[in-house]
Design a protein around this ligand. Structure first.
Ligand SMILES: CC(C)(COP(=O)(O)OP(=O)(O)OC[C@H]1O[C@@H](n2cnc3c(N)ncnc32)[C@H](O)[C@@H]1OP(=O)(O)O)[C@@H](O)C(=O)NCCC(=O)NCCS
Length: 413
């Protein structure tokens, strides 16, 4: 028996999708296969690992196409790796590794500069030179502790910011524009095309997990839509203190953020608010009078791998000018090993390989981790991951790479 990598076509798409869900221990609804095919899947980016004895699909993988915002506001093409599974009957025979290699090669051939993913298990991807570049938080708060001591909106401000409810059709028309502004302003975020919006806003009974259908509210200020929230309510009866479950909340101004959270913390008959995937530096904690009441659980969000190291380094801007020589060591990518000199002028880097001795040495995974500016290099030096060789090189690395705001990826894939 051998495992062969094959293309995914309309002939084997249903078997492939069933194999993906099976790999995660789930049955798949026929409508969801059609939904994925119509709104999300790019057949030429998918791969099936087939057992040539049984001719069954025993491994799955692929990528979605995204543009990733990097520090400074540019976007770069990114392969959003997803759907990775190997059947438990065929584990540890290299199917996953072979699929990852094929997906990376194909992504590079089509011009992707970065690949990114959300990992189901955090020990899987460093071996492929992925670094954890975006952390986020899941929140829980009892809204009776929702008083603010600080807000960007002072009482004598004349802001007309206000929140109103919209229905699902209105939300489908309004949310993409607000999200797009956030994407433009936020390193670590990815775009969402029309199909992906339909996919994300799908709200059939079976995806609600016993909670309500989605509610949507918009923040508007000065005639511009500057924020939205999508949430569900989980409540047993009319008098139950329910849970308001925030699925996604995006604000593009500080006023919209404060207005939206004032609104969310003001409901009657809500004993708990939960919110998933909040930015690592969300200001709400600094606005609350009793911030400890905002329980925050950190988790790894976006992992990235720099597919084209010079192009990726030249795409972002830097917080300090100067010259730094970065040595890369890699078992999985011997071709990228070596020393890269970054000459940063006017916040922009030009990058070349050099035979000079490096100032700092790290793996491509650790370069990926610090690339979006949210992971500071100091702890990676202390952890024995980055070697700061020349005097002052850690301060230089920190000053150049670290950004003013933490990166955030609002979109899970
Ligand atoms: C994770 C998974 C895809 C690995 O598939 P696989 O075909 O067995 O992986 P490979 O044979 O290519 O192994 C690749 C390497 O990862 C290691 N590895 C894979 N899964 C591992 C696990 N769960 N724990 C520890 N190591 C693991 C292997 O030991 C191997 O290491 P090596 O290169 O040092 O020998 C598979 O176990 C799976 O489908 N798990 C459930 C779904 C899942 O979590 N998918 C990931 C989605 S983000």
């Amino acid at each position: 028996m051998t495992i062969e990598l094959r293309s995914v076509t309309d002939d084997n798409f249903v078997e492939w999708r069933e194999a993906v869900r099976h790999g995660f221990g789930q049955q798949v609804h026929p409508d969801d296969i059609a939904r994925l095919r119509n709104d999300r899947a790019e057949l030429d980016r998918l791969v099936a690992a087939v057992d040539t004895g049984s001719e069954r699909i025993v491994g799955t993988g692929g990528a979605d196409s995204y543009s990733l915002a990097v520090p400074g506001g540019a976007t770069v093409p990114m392969a959003g790796v997803a759907y990775m599974t190997t059947s438990v009957t065929h584990r540890r025979q290299g199917a996953f590794s072979n699929m990852m290699t094929q997906i990376h090669d194909a992504a590079r051939d089509r011009g992707d500069i970065i690949s990114g993913l959300w990992a189901s298990q955090s020990h899987l991807y460093s071996r492929f030179d992925y670094g954890l570049a975006v952390n986020s938080y899941d929140w829980e708060i009892d809204p009776s502790f929702g008083a603010f001591t600080h807000s960007p909106i002072s009482p004598d401000d004349e802001s007309d910011a206000h929140v109103y409810f919209v229905d699902a059709d209105e939300a489908a028309a309004m949310l993409p524009g607000i999200y797009e502004q956030m994407h433009h302003d936020t390193a670590g975020s990815v775009d969402r095309n029309a199909g992906r919006w339909r996919y994300e806003l799908f709200d059939d009974e079976r995806v609600r997990g016993g909670a309500s259908a989605l509610f949507f509210a918009i923040c508007e200020e000065g005639g511009e839509q500057t924020g939205y929230v999508a949430y569900r309510m989980r409540r047993l009866g009319d008098s139950d203190m329910g849970t308001l479950e925030i699925v996604e909340q995006v604000s593009v101004t500080d006023t919209a953020h404060a207005t939206m959270w004032r609104f969310l913390l003001n409901f009657d008959l809500v004993g708990k608010i939960t919110a998933i995937n909040r930015p690592a530096d969300d200001p709400l904690w600094w606005m609350l009078s009793d911030p400890r009441r905002l329980n925050r659980i950190s988790h790894d969000a976006l992992w990235i791998r720099l597919l084209d190291i010079p192009k990726a380094l030249e795409a972002r801007t830097y917080n300090a000018n100067g010259r730094l020589k970065v040595g890369l060591v890699s078992e999985s990518q011997p071709a990228v090993a070596g020393t890269y000199v970054l000459d940063i002028d006017d916040s922009q880097a030009s990058v070349k390989k050099t035979t000079d001795k490096p100032d700092v040495v790290m793996t491509p995974a650790d370069l990926s981790a610090i690339y979006l500016g949210g992971v500071t290099p100091g702890p990676l030096v202390e952890a024995g991951r980055i070697d700061a060789i020349t005097t002052g090189s850690l301060a230089k690395l920190h000053g150049m790479f670290t950004t003013d705001s933490a990166p955030w990826c609002a979109h899970y894939f």
